[in-house]
Write a protein that binds this ligand. Structure first.
Ligand code: ZN
Length: 253
């Protein structure tokens, strides 16, 4: 019965959607990242994005106007990681705050030793536990090019990670997955990345991944969807864990 009500609610939202084929085409044209998806996956992604936009509030900061194109481009990228997981994975928060370009956060942050730092470097995104996702419009619109960087996927990967508390690089794992296996694969890769950077060796993964385990998970998630072969060749054990977690294998579409 609950399932029936759930489906009924979703169908009602989808039928009431005002987004046209031309809106979707316009948004998709900015997202070469989605080209490998088949028609069924693309249909499911559009459906999820529509429900996402119904449930979440996308708000422009300052005088930024949140256009339909911007909404759809963000929603499609945000829903790619949960295509086979479901929208429930983004439960517990509502707002996406969008700045025109990189912004300077006004808050302070506390590091693992309990020291509070003033954060003043400009950022292009942030995710707060149980709070908003903050994105730059410029980086969101340009994120779907296949260059290994994707701000929206990065910030939403943090949201998935936070589904079981603070972001620590391990989201809630599905039944059948092994937490020790996850930790072993990720810890080894994280240590290897730090080691390579310390010794000036070339690395295919953005150095920012070596700043914290949570950042490692968010950065390799970006690369997993944008340039999966890079993750698979650099850290194959991590790639396998991500395939199990996201229930997608971008190398086998
Ligand atoms: Zn991050």
């Amino acid at each position: 019965m609950l399932k029936f009500l759930h489906n009924w609610r979703e169908n009602r939202i989808l039928r009431g959607s005002s987004y046209t084929d031309s809106h979707w085409r316009q948004a998709l044209s900015r997202l070469p990242l989605l080209e490998p998806l088949n028609q069924d996956e693309l249909d499911r992604l559009q459906r999820l994005a529509t429900l996402f936009l119904h449930d979440k509030s996308l708000e422009g900061a300052g005088d930024l106007v949140v256009t339909t194109e911007l909404k759809l481009v963000i929603a499609l990228q945000a829903c790619l990681p949960i295509l086979n997981l479901g929208l429930d994975w983004y439960d517990g928060w509502v707002s996406v705050v969008i700045y025109p370009a990189g912004f300077t956060p006004l808050h302070t942050e506390m590091d693992e030793y309990g020291v509070v730092h003033e954060v003043s470097r400009p950022l292009s995104g942030e995710s707060w536990e149980r709070g908003p996702v903050v994105l730059s419009a410029e980086d969101s619109l340009g994120g779907g090019l296949i260059d290994g960087h994707n701000l929206v996927i990065h910030e939403f990967a943090h949201k998935l990670d936070m589904q079981n508390g603070v972001a620590n690089g391990m989201p809630p794992l599905h039944r059948g997955m092994s937490a020790p296996q996850w930790s072993k694969s990720f810890s080894a890769a994280y240590a290897d990345l730090q080691n390579r950077i310390a010794h000036g060796k070339s690395v295919a993964i953005d150095h920012y991944a070596a700043t914290a385990p949570a950042e490692f998970f968010a950065v390799v998630s970006e690369v997993f969807f944008e340039q999966p072969r890079v993750v698979q060749q650099t850290y194959p054990a991590v790639y396998q864990q991500l395939v199990q977690f996201y229930r997608q294998d971008p190398l086998n579409v």
